[in-house]
Design a protein around this ligand. Structure first.
Ligand code: ARG
Length: 535
């Protein structure tokens, strides 16, 4: 934003300055104050002084100039990047085939998509990676089940994820009562792991899985740049790397034949005694592969808290190969969700949750007398439902566990996705129906009300809020901002009129509402929600 760019050159460390930006509005003195803090110990360009304590610098803006600047920056956002763009790779969603897409995967999907969007907003080059789990002894079991049930892979065409899941469940049941099943599954896995059997039918499973998943991702407005498969890093494929680790003494055989790495005096298994790979061996190989392919500055893994140990070990092991691979790596953790289920029982597929949200929204829309008849369609209910689920998740502090509650997620009062959609529709409808054209220039002399000053001050914060959300990987920072903005905009709706007032005045007020709409729209899009114009 222009405003921020104006003061940033005064700072050596733009990140710190942006992060600490505060804007306040004093109505009685008709001025805006923008203040921020320099990083402790850094020199200030202007004064040549060492700002030992990260002195606070305040910039006082005359009301008129400030309003003009903010409006301009909303209507035509400055293109010049605020901070240097980077190459960011993000591993997120990453479900396992034939296993439930649980609430943890949903959180990873929603949080990861937000992190990708906010990085893209700041001109970073982002690669969205979905690392699908399709390897391990369990998949031997799946293969066993496919054979036992004589399932033709062509049949997977209709509802393939469900079919694979059922087969997997069936095979697990067989295995519980029959040891031979496990033996066979193990043998099967070991055979494909060591290249003794071809992976033809695996390709088919991958194909239908991706097709099916993409339908759901599309519903959420998410597109991945790359699908990687755990099986890409199977025993045969990563043998040279494992041999290298052994030569470099990073892994060693123990008495049972397993190969382990030492991390802070602890032994961490990397290969099983028959040299079969496990989750971490494949992740070591895939990290190096991602580094090579995407030359990332940052590699973010958006995966639940429960895998903290796994990622700590992964980074420690790869560090022993070379620091450079892990310098940019980070595990972006998040807490558990409890209670997310549908009427029919536990969540198995993401689609079920989105259907449930859509249907519940449909019921609500039908009951509400405010619903526009033209908005009573499937698409709108679907978008409202997904908005509710996404925003309900993103408004939580990332690392906190929370309990999912349908009523709270779908409420139109309180801080919900429905409320933000409603605000966007209301602003849109005002622009469309007030019969006044948007003016080309901003004339602040018409914008004298205190509430307008408050809205402007909020609009001015947008970029720094986004920047803070990016730095902390916290969508809730952006969301509390949007909810606060919504409160001011609603107050503005109550306190100032656009209809039945003199034309210039109406047009200038409309311009402020318009800017608010643009900020809400951009905000929703970054959160991964499609803004509605009617509901
Ligand atoms: N498929 C894994 C799971 O469901 C998550 C994978 C996360 N990404 C990774 N590179 N390990 O638990």
């Amino acid at each position: 934003m222009k405003l921020v760019n104006e003061i940033l050159p005064h700072f050596v460390d733009r990140n710190t300055a942006l992060r600490n930006l505060r804007i306040s509005y004093k109505h009685d003195e008709t001025k805006f104050i923008m203040s921020t803090r320099n990083k402790p110990g850094l020199q200030n360009y202007d004064t040549g002084q060492n700002e030992k304590n990260g002195a606070v610098l305040s910039f006082c803006y005359e009301r008129k100039a400030f309003i003009q600047n903010v409006i301009k920056s909303c209507v035509a956002p400055e293109m010049e990047p605020l901070v240097k763009p980077k190459k960011i790779a993000i591993d997120f969603s990453s479900p396992n085939i034939a296993k439930p897409f649980h609430a943890g995967h949903l959180r990873s999907t929603v949080i990861g998509n937000f992190i990708a969007n906010v990085h893209t907003y700041f001109d970073n080059v982002v690669t969205k990676i979905n690392y699908l789990g399709d390897w391990g002894t369990q998949f031997g079991l799946l293969q066993y089940g496919l054979k036992a049930l004589d399932i033709d892979l062509k049949e997977l065409k209709s509802n393939p994820l469900k079919t694979l899941y059922d087969v997997y469940v069936h095979a697990n049941k067989l295995a519980a009562t029959n040891d031979n099943v496990i033996q066979e599954a193990r043998k099967y896995f070991s055979d494909i792991e060591h290249g003794r059997m071809n992976l033809e039918n695996w390709k088919k499973i991958r194909e239908v899985t991706i097709e099916e998943l993409e339908k759901v991702y599309k519903r959420l407005g998410i597109q991945f740049d790359v699908y990687l498969w755990e099986s890409d890093y199977n025993g045969e494929a990563i043998k040279p790397l494992m041999e290298y680790l052994e030569r470099e003494n990073i892994i060693r055989s123990d008495e049972s034949g397993k190969k382990t790495a030492k991390i802070n005096g602890r032994d961490v298994t990397v290969l099983k005694s028959d040299n079969s790979t496990i989750y971490i061996s494949r992740d070591i190989a895939s990290l190096l592969d991602k580094y090579k392919k995407y030359e990332f500055d940052k590699m973010l893994y958006v995966v639940e808290n429960a895998q903290t140990g796994h990622f700590a070990d992964l980074f420690e092991i790869v560090k022993q190969i070379d620091n450079k691979y892990v310098d940019g790596c980070e595990h972006i953790k998040f807490g558990r969700v409890r209670g997310m289920s549908t009427r029919t029982g536990n969540v198995v597929f993401l689609n079920d949750i989105l259907d449930e949200a859509k249907n519940k929204m449909h019921e609500k829309q039908t009951l509400s007398k405010n619903t526009r008849r033209t908005a009573m369609n499937e698409e709108t209910c679907d978008i409202l439902g997904t908005s509710a689920v996404i925003i309900n998740d993103l408004k939580q502090k990332r690392q906190k566990d929370y309990v999912f509650d349908w009523d709270r997620a779908l409420q139109s009062e309180g801080d919900s996705g429905i409320k933000l959609q409603y605000l966007h529709c209301r602003l849109w409808s005002l622009e469309q129906n007030c019969g006044i054209a948007l003016p080309d220039i901003c004339e602040p002399e018409h914008l004298t009300e205190e509430v307008i000053g408050n809205v402007i001050a909020e609009l001015a914060k947008f970029e720094s809020v986004l920047h803070k959300s990016l730095e902390e990987y916290e969508a809730c920072i952006l969301l509390s901002y949007l909810f606060r903005l919504a409160r001011y905009v609603n107050r503005m709706f109550n306190e100032v009129q656009v209809k039945n007032v003199e034309n210039d005045l109406a047009a200038q007020r409309l311009l402020v509402f318009h800017c608010a709409r643009l900020v809400v729209k951009t905000g929703l899009e970054i959160l991964g929600v499609k803004p509605l114009t009617e509901m």
